[in-house]
Design a protein. Structure first.
Length: 76
């Protein structure tokens, strides 16, 4: 299960509109109401991540609590 929250830990609400910056194809099109800018010349999300991982070598999440990894798979 994938769960996202706002920076303050509150839940994202389905009936609200949020402004976010995201790489093309990283958000399902059904959730996008409008786009301010698109830079397709920069490549796809897969291109960006692949290039970043190749450049960095070993990667790990930041240690400033922006990301929480939950490794236990819960039965749904």
């Amino acid at each position: 299960m994938l769960k996202l929250t706002l920076e303050d830990g509150s839940e994202i609400e389905d009936d609200k509109v949020y402004t976010v910056a995201a790489w093309a194809t990283s958000i399902d099109e059904s959730y996008i109401a409008s786009a301010l800018k698109s830079h397709s010349e920069l490549g796809s999300n897969i291109d960006l991540v692949t290039a970043s991982v190749k450049k960095a070598g070993t990667i790990s999440p930041p240690k400033d609590n922006r990301i929480t990894l939950v490794w236990d798979k819960k039965e749904e």
